[in-house]
Design a protein around this ligand. Structure first.
Ligand SMILES: C[S@@+](CC[C@H](N)C(=O)[O-])C[C@H]1O[C@@H](n2cnc3c(N)ncnc32)[C@H](O)[C@@H]1O
Length: 280
């Protein structure tokens, strides 16, 4: 099978794929219905399988995300169902989740009530649910197109899921939440023309854009966090690397303190946290 994966990798290289080798192995393994780790143990493919691989390579070369072709996205230790209508989770978000897990782990079980705003595929909540025990997990998503993926990815994990606008969500939890976490839309609407075509064409509009300065959804995240958090509770939100100062100002003006921006492994300012003081 190394020969077919090699041919696919060459075809993807010519079409500008950023990682042709791994993508080729995932596409071929997907068509054969096997795990990538056993790809090299398969000797032959049928004509139908080869034709299917060629069809997927053509779609990938035309700009469809690999994750839409295989129906799967990987996030930390999770394998998530994705497809058209739901945002494909990105590696940048994994670091914010790692930070949040560290904060939650430092709290006693029983003080780990978490609300995720803008849940999309459920990647963040799924990772928290797998990696730390004793959490009471809640998540909200507005998009009816994303909802089936969220339900599927969090099935059997005892997560309270709600379909609706985060602005009005979880009023029953006001003042009781230990951590509010969000990867909201944050691209200024005027930046559409600067985005890669595959992002504009294949990620949902609602997941990307958020007003003229890109901060509309983060203003809502701040206001909702202010309402939901208990004394000493934390909010953390992902944002564009150029928005760190603006996000800290938004959090402060919502009545949250100690706003701090955290760099990713490349040193880019990608998420900011704040707390609600004991006297707030
Ligand atoms: C950038 S995506 C992030 C999805 C997921 N949390 C992740 O990290 O992969 C933002 C998500 O926010 C959702 N969204 C946008 N506005 C919302 C709102 N007012 N209330 C709830 N969800 C919203 C979008 O539909 C989209 O699924």
């Amino acid at each position: 099978m190394s020969q077919l994966a090699h041919e696919v990798a060459l075809a993807l290289t010519g079409s500008g794929s950023p990682s042709p080798g791994p993508e080729a192995r995932q596409l071929v393994a997907h068509v054969l219905g096997i795990d990538v780790s056993v790809l090299m143990t398969v000797d032959d493919v049928t004509d139908e399988q080869r034709a299917r691989v060629e069809e997927l390579v053509a779609r990938r070369a035309a700009g469809e995300p690999l994750q839409h072709l295989t129906g799967v996205a990987y996030f930390r230790y999770e394998e998530l169902a994705v497809g058209p209508g739901v945002f494909i989770p990105r590696p940048e978000t994994e670091e914010m989740v790692g930070w949040a897990l560290g904060q939650l782990a430092a709290r006693p079980a029983g003080s780990r009530r978490v609300v995720e705003l803008c849940a999309g595929s459920g990647a963040i909540t799924a990772a928290i649910s797998s990696e730390l025990g004793g959490c009471d997990l809640h998540a909200v998503e507005l998009s009816a197109d994303a909802w089936p993926y969220l339900e599927r990815n969090l099935a059997g994990r005892s997560v309270d899921l709600r379909l609706g606008d985060m602005a009005d969500a979880f009023r029953d939890l006001d003042g009781t939440v230990d951590l509010v976490i969000a990867n909201p839309p944050y691209i200024p609407t005027g930046h559409r023309a600067f985005l890669p075509t595959d992002v504009v064409e294949h990620d949902p509009e609602l997941a990307l854009f958020s007003g003229a300065d890109g901060l509309d959804a983060i203003r809502t995240v701040a206001a909702v966090a202010r309402r939901l958090l208990c004394a000493g509770g934390l909010v953390v939100t992902e944002h564009d690397e150029s928005h760190a100062a603006g996000v800290r100002a938004v959090l402060a003006s919502a009545g949250l303190s100690e706003a701090a921006t955290h760099p990713d492994l490349a040193g880019r300012d990608r998420f900011t946290s704040a707390v609600i003081g004991w006297d707030a």
